[in-house]
Ligand binder design. Structure first.
Ligand code: 5GP
Length: 343
């Protein structure tokens, strides 16, 4: 018999973070860098735990160069060739780059070459549905072949999905099925899990197992990034919030004197045409193509984003990002913003 979960599950815009006593006198007192020690690889990493998504318009060297100034990380998209990546590997910002890969034979061949050539410390295995036997087997194989490499794997959205990935060898699980700004999975398939609840539920289990969680997708404003950290995300991955900039990919178009940049989902018709010569008959396009108003230099957006997270920390008395979940209480709301003059 079909089952139904009756608890209402929540997205970022269904809650606010309750203000509370704070002994932080200034946003400058907040430390955004966090130190990580990974379950299997035993490696350490100190970074501001916000990641650029491995979409071809976002996970780019140009973006990495800017984010590295803030010690943030960029997950490079899968369509850079081995020589593209090797060619940039001596750049200072490359230490803040993470190579991503799919799981087809040719993807793994590319990944293995890169791991060996560049002694990569962190990699990201990324598929649309990370809770399949084939994906779990691939994570197991990569873990066995590279015991000391930190493995990020996803995407999943349930506690069970996370647990299985971690048991297969993932140090970090990427959580998010359907929340993305240019994702149409929920519309096309009816499948998904509200992102705030997914993070609240998954992070508890993942932390018990000694691993970390990335909240991937659905953040629209810096307040959402703060909510993701409060819900227990160790890292937050952003696509749309970094789109539309000088450093982002996508064509620049001018309409009625206004500039836009094209941004699209990696499963959109547009991306599939670009990289795979079209959408295979048995697949559906699960991404959309949009025009994002041109937003100038990324650095300005990043400063504003980090200031927002710092400010959230001061409102709840959290000196560091990893203190946010202990300090935060969410309030369910029916209306979070006053939109009388727009958003
Ligand atoms: P955003 O920050 O834009 O809300 O979400 C970014 C995330 O959306 C990416 O990291 C990736 O997980 C997801 N994503 C990107 N392109 C697509 C797509 O075409 N379809 C789906 N279902 N998800 C996508």
């Amino acid at each position: 018999m079909t089952k139904i979960i009756n608890d209402l599950k929540l997205d970022f815009n269904n809650v606010l973070i309750k203000p509370r006593y704070s002994d932080l006198n200034s946003r400058q007192d907040v430390v955004l860098e966090r130190e990580f020690c990974f379950k299997y690889s035993k490696q350490r990493l100190t970074a501001v735990p916000i990641l650029a998504a491995n979409m071809d318009t976002i996970g780019r060297f140009q973006v990495a160069k800017v984010l590295a100034k803030f010690n943030m990380l960029t997950v490079l998209h899968k369509f850079y060739s081995v020589s593209d990546i090797v060619g940039k590997s001596r750049e200072a910002y490359f230490k803040n780059c993470i190579v991503s890969s799919g799981i087809r034979d040719q993807d793994l061949d590319r990944l293995y070459k890169l791991i060996k050539k560049l002694s990569l410390k962190i990699i990201c295995l990324d598929v649309a549905n990370g809770y399949t036997q084939r994906f779990l087997d691939t994570v197991k194989k990569v873990r066995k072949d590279f015991p000391k490499v930190t493995i990020i794997a996803g995407n999943v959205a349930t506690v069970e999905g996370c647990r299985n990935l971690i048991r297969s060898g993932a140090d970090v699980v990427k959580v998010g099925i359907g929340p993305g700004s240019v994702c149409t999975t929920r519309k096309k398939t009816g499948v998904g899990y509200p992102q705030l609840s997914a993070i609240l539920e998954c992070s508890q289990q993942v932390h018990k197992l000694g691993a970390y969680v990335i909240s991937d997708g659905g953040c629209v404003v810096s307040g959402d990034v703060a909510k993701a950290f409060c819900a227990g995300a160790d890292f937050v991955m952003l696509g749309g919030m970094f789109a539309g900039h000088y450093e982002s990919g996508g064509d620049l178009v001018v309409e009625s004197g206004k500039k836009y940049k094209v941004f699209y989902g990696m499963s959109s018709d547009y991306a599939m045409e670009k990289y795979y010569g079209g959408v295979a008959d048995y697949k559906s396009s699960e991404g959309k193509v949009v025009k994002v108003e041109y937003r100038g230099r990324l650095e300005k957006t990043v400063k504003d984003l980090l200031a927002g997270v710092r400010s959230a920390c001061t409102y709840i008395g959290a000196k560091t990002i990893d203190r946010m979940p202990q300090q935060a209480v969410f309030i369910k709301v029916s209306n979070q913003l006053n939109t009388v003059f727009g958003d």
